[in-house]
Every structure is written in structure tokens, then in C-alpha cells.
Design a protein around this ligand. Structure first.
Ligand code: ADP
Ligand code: ADP
Length: 223
């Protein structure tokens, strides 16, 4: 599903954020990405979603070389990747329904097709009855579940999350991780950056560890 081959990233100012990173995530896998703050996790995810360009090496997504993807082809790639953010990135003045509908609206779906899909996505994250609410009245855990519903609403084959539980307490974090594993069980490939080591250990999935821009170990776990 996603392959990094000798990928390096040097930011302007010569800061080397990633050095010769190699890994492969198979279709249907769920993988954690961990490492200290500044280790390069966000950079790796931004390269995987073509939000940032590699300085060297090659990145493949679903068999396609996306290393130097033409800007006009980036939206098509993004549609195949659901992205979940630490700070949820919900539109504060729009309802839960409208937030989740956004990717479908952007893709030009008709409302009659949007409605059942949005309600189904909200159902999967346990928030169907909150569709009319504004995000602000929801708890942090609920807001993140809205973020997840928005990420999965157009059924992308890959789900990427950058510190999705960074603002949540341990109990809510565990619920969010379980939600990701449910999507994984229904066939979605999942890559989650997190520094919540205790929870990652408890979940028992393959973990990629970055240390100062290098992948230091990649223990294999069987699910
Ligand atoms: P992590 O997500 O593991 O905290 P990042 O990928 O955000 O790590 O950052 C890796 C390194 O690259 C850090 O030293 C950070 O300061 C640097 N960095 C990240 N983004 C930029 C940027 N846009 N410009 C310059 N340096 C950056
Ligand atoms: P219909 O649109 O077929 O007339 P209703 O409006 O009665 O059906 O609602 C059917 C379901 O759709 C309800 O269970 C409700 O959760 C949801 N729903 C109703 N109105 C909206 C709306 N404005 N936006 C999103 N979902 C809605």
C-alpha cells in the first residue's frame, strides 16, 4: 500500500528531518509510528500524503510513484487517504453533519448521496444522534470521533493519523485507538503517529520507531 525507499528530507535551513527511511506497509495492515518530539513523525506523514516533498529517495502509494507527483494530481491522491489530526481541524461554525460531509461536498456528490454516507460514518463512530450539534458542545473525544468520521466518509483505502489522541486522556485515547482498529478490521490500512507508548504496547501492532530522523527498529507483531 505504501513504500518508502531511502527517503530523506532536508528542510530549508539545512535541517535534516528524515535520513534514508525505508519501510513498507502492506494493504490491510495497521502500523504505529513512534519516536520523541522532533524525531520526524509528522514529516514522514506529510511526505506520505504529498503535503511535503522528499529531498531524496522514492515513495510509492498503491503501486504509484508519488515522490514527485504533479500538483494537479495531488487532490486525487488525497481522496484515497483519510487524514486525522491531533487538533481535529473541525469547522467551528458548521454542524457535525456538515463537517463530515465536507469531503463528499468537495468531490461533488449530490445531497441525496451525501446524507446516507454521512449518517453511516457517524454511526460507525457512535455519533449519529449528534449530527446537528456544533463541534464546540462536544467533548474532545467526540470531536476526534467526528474527525475520524470525516476521514472515512469517502471510504479511503488508507487512514493516516498524526497524534490523534494527543489532546485526550488515557481512557478516551484507548477508545480512539480501538476505533482505528475496527476500521482496520473492516479492511482499511492504518498508519498512526503517536508517542503514547503504553497504549501502543497494549494494542500490539507493528511499530516503526524514528530517532532523529532515522528508523531505528521495526518490531513485527502478529495481530
Ligand atoms: P515529530 O512529528 O516527530 O515531532 P517533525 O517531523 O515535526 O517531528 O519534525 C522533525 C524535525 O524537522 C524537527 O527538528 C523540526 O523542527 C523540523 N521541522 C519540521 N517541520 C519543519 C519545517 N517546515 N521547516 C523546518 N524544519 C522543520
Ligand atoms: P427524509 O430526508 O427521508 O425525509 P428525515 O429528514 O426524516 O428523512 O430524516 C431521516 C434521517 O436523516 C433521520 O434519522 C435523521 O438522523 C437524518 N436527518 C434528518 N435531517 C437531517 C439533516 N438536515 N442533515 C442530516 N441528517 C438529517
Amino acid at each position: 500500500m505504501i513504500q518508502f525507499s531511502q527517503v530523506s528530507k532536508v528542510y530549508p535551513g539545512r535541517h535534516q528531518a528524515l535520513q534514508k527511511v525505508d519501510f513498507h506497509i502492506k494493504k490491510g495492515e495497521m502500523v504505529f509510528l513512534t519516536g520523541h518530539s522532533g524525531a520526524g513523525k509528522s514529516t514522514l506523514l506529510r511526505l506520505a500524503t504529498a503535503m511535503e516533498r522528499a529531498s531524496a529517495g522514492q515513495i510509492e502509494f498503491a503501486g504509484q510513484n508519488i515522490t514527485r507527483l504533479a500538483p494537479r494530481k495531488i487532490p486525487l491522491l488525497r481522496r484515497k487517504i483519510g487524514i486525522v489530526f491531533q487538533d481535529y481541524k473541525l469547522l467551528a461554525d458548521r454542524s457535525v453533519f456538515d463537517n463530515v460531509a465536507l469531503p463528499l461536498v468537495i468531490e461533488g456528490y449530490a445531497f441525496r448521496d451525501i446524507k446516507p454516507r454521512v449518517l453511516a460514518a457517524l454511526d460507525k463512530v457512535g455519533l449519529r444522534d449528534k449530527y446537528q450539534c456544533l463541534p464546540a458542545i462536544l467533548s474532545g473525544g467526540e470531536q476526534q470521533r467526528v474527525g475520524i468520521a470525516r476521514a472515512v466518509v469517502n471510504k479511503p483505502p488508507l487512514l493516516i493519523a498524526d497524534e490523534p489522541t494527543g489532546n485526550l486522556d488515557p481512557l478516551l485515547s484507548e477508545e480512539i485507538f480501538k476505533l482505528f482498529s475496527e476500521f482496520n478490521h473492516s479492511g482499511v490500512t492504518v498508519l498512526i503517529a503517536s508517542h503514547d507508548l503504553a497504549l501502543i504496547k497494549q494494542m500490539d501492532y507493528r511499530t516503526l520507531t524514528l530517532h532523529e530522523g532515522r528508523l531505528v527498529d521495526s518490531q513485527e507483531h502478529t495481530v
